[in-house]
Design a protein around this ligand. Structure first.
Ligand code: PPS
Length: 570
């Protein structure tokens, strides 16, 4: 299908007879359960948002994309899109085999006919796509830690479109949005990509571009995976609903893009533009530090603020969609208006609040300045984002057996309850092993599974505003990091290393396990014949042989007060 904007649109869904054949084949194919990230990718592959892709990239296309942001036939396409699967699953697969891809409930989404199978060089991919292997970059972190080792390329045939229950009135696939634009006679429509709430400066910036290009506007918001810690899309969409009437009647709309962002800056901006072209937009706004992941470990930006605008702008002649550079507006108090940098008079500084600064104000429960946003938007943000002192968090104690972590965790829990006003749950190592992980051994694999279970429960408690106090041994750094990432998607994660030396733990030997381990009666005992990887960067280290338990509890509470999570201090 073609229309005025966007070129040929791929549609990978089977219909009629072919659909019946695909459903039949799915019954005997090996199955792969798609992860949330893979669900977003496949939705956009199948509905043509990723046109001209007809499936996951072949190895040649993948390498070409990394090298030159183009498929091997020269077509612009900056982002590797592959199905990553485990080595164990890949072992059974060969070129030409079919795999059925299912959603987490087992519904058949698509059949994949495998073209290429290969083990990805992830460090190389990170360098090419993100320009760094620094895993404080969220895209790099996902790639290096969560993406499976083996990549599949191949052709997809869609069976069932992924289902969404939320905001259905705003969910239009590329075909539906193109048809909508045609029916409404909308020739010029600007897409505004965002993963944040919209405030006054954004609205004024968009109005300026709309007037200049005689265009209407769609807030085409990413609602798949965005940057960890972002305000969730439920709240954001409710905020967008409050700003639509700030535009001339009927000129602005909302539409949802189920995109798993990579936060790859310039490359990602180009990808965003191509996707919006596929949705039939005539114009696309590229922002400052577009799809930037924030600051790196040294406090600097990963990409230059105009790098994305420069890259996409330089490729304008290969794009059908017109690229608009977002002007950067500041509020000039003296004049009571927003100005672009070049409009500032000498001596005028202009006010600006970054997304992170806004979040800080909301977390402190501080007032948001009137010049910055609309009261309706602020009210909505306050409704969803309680101040930090009312948000959930996870307090994760890790340390050797006998280090005192259970006693300390219990003491802290009791103190928190004494303060009141918060729901506290204790996930102690022994108790979890009895109730949640009774079938698990102390092998590396089972320990990791045990800790991930604790992390899952802790993140659920945290998400719902509770305090999860965890006290397992958790000997492996990578697993602790997985828990941290899981929790940080929904709240704060505080790690406390109970660093009591092994000699002291062994001398205490309350349960007699050290003696049994030394005598070879227990195998894989942490610190004896199984390793403990010392946390590199915990919030606090407490050696319980150097402090009374009362003091140790106080140290933890003091640390929590410093973070603002208990409300009395910041
Ligand atoms: S892990 O590694 O985090 O999964 O361990 P965890 O679930 O916290 O262990 C809970 C308690 O199991 C007892 N125990 C052992 N610990 C370590 N290694 C071996 N092989 C082992 N076998 C039994 C031990 O008493 C742990 O409790 P704590 O409170 O740490 O002493």
């Amino acid at each position: 299908m073609t229309n005025a904007h966007g070129g040929t649109l791929v549609n990978l869904y089977a219909e009629g007879e072919q659909l019946l054949v695909e459903k039949e084949q799915a019954k005997s194919n090996p199955s792969w359960d798609l992860t949330p990230r893979q669900m977003f990718d496949i939705e956009l592959l199948l509905n043509g948002a990723f046109s001209p892709l007809t499936g996951y990239l072949s190895k040649a296309d993948y390498e070409s994309v990394l090298e030159s942001m183009r498929l091997s036939d020269g077509t612009l396409w900056p982002m590797p899109i592959n199905l990553d699967v485990s080595e164990a699953f890949a072992q059974e697969l060969n070129h030409g085999d079919q795999v059925t891809l299912r959603d987490p409930e087992g519904v058949v989404i698509a059949n994949l006919t495998i073209g290429d199978i290969w083990t990805a060089d992830k460090e190389q991919e990170a360098l090419r796509v993100f320009g760094t292997t620094d895993d404080s970059h969220p895209g790099v972190c996902t790639l290096l830690n969560d993406t499976q080792a083996v990549y599949l390329g191949g052709r997809l045939v869609g069976v069932t479109p992924p289902l969404h229950y939320d905001f259905q009135q705003y969910r239009k696939d590329p075909k539906a949005l193109r048809e909508h634009f045609s029916e409404q006679g909308l020739d010029n429509v600007i897409a505004f990509q965002t993963r944040n709430p919209i405030h006054k400066a954004h609205v004024i910036m968009m109005k300026r571009l709309m007037a200049k290009h005689q265009a209407s506007l769609v807030v085409h918001t990413a609602v798949g995976i965005t940057k960890p810690g972002d305000i969730d899309h439920f709240c954001r969409v409710r905020c967008y609903e409050k700003i639509v009437d700030k535009f001339p009647a009927g000129s602005a709309d909302i539409s949802l893009l189920p995109l798993a962002m990579r936060m790859a800056g310039p490359r990602e901006a180009l990808w965003h533009a191509i996707i919006r072209q596929n949705y039939g937009f005539s114009h696309f706004i590229v922002g400052r530090d577009h799809a930037g992941p924030g600051r790196n470990n040294r406090g600097g930006l990963f990409y230059g603020v105009t790098e994305a605008q420069d890259l996409v702008g330089s490729l304008q002649n290969e794009l059908e969609i017109q690229i608009l550079k977002a002007p950067f507006l500041r509020y000039v108090e003296e004049r009571g208006e927003f100005c672009e940098e070049h409009e500032l008079l000498s001596g005028e500084a202009g006010l600006y609040l970054s997304g992170a600064e806004l979040k800080q104000l909301l977390c402190k429960g501080s007032e948001i300045p009137q010049w910055f946003s609309y009261p309706e938007v602020i009210e909505e943000l306050n409704r969803t984002l309680p101040p930090r002192s009312k948000q959930g968090f996870t307090l994760f104690f890790t340390g050797l057996s006998g280090s005192g972590k259970s006693t300390l965790a219990n003491g802290v829990m009791v103190k928190l309850r004494e303060r009141g006003g918060r729901q506290v749950s204790l996930l102690d190592g022994d108790k979890v092993r009895k109730n949640l992980s009774s079938e698990l051994t102390f092998s590396v694999e089972h320990r990791n599974l045990n800790i991930l279970r604790i992390g899952y429960v802790a993140s659920e408690i945290t998400k719902n505003g509770g305090i999860a106090v965890c006290a397992p041994i958790a000997p492996f750094a990578a697993t602790r990091n997985s828990v941290r990432r899981m929790v940080e998607e929904v709240g704060a994660y505080i790690e406390i290393h109970v660093s009591t030396p092994i000699e002291v733990c062994e001398a205490r030997d309350r349960k007699g396990f050290y003696a049994m381990a030394r005598a070879g009666k227990i195998k894989d005992f942490t610190g004896v014949d199984s390793p403990y990887e010392t946390p590199e960067n915990p919030h606090l280290r407490i050696d319980t042989s150097q402090h009374s338990m009362n003091d140790a509890v106080d140290l933890v509470i003091e640390e929590l007060l410093k973070t603002g999570l208990l409300g009395d201090d910041t």
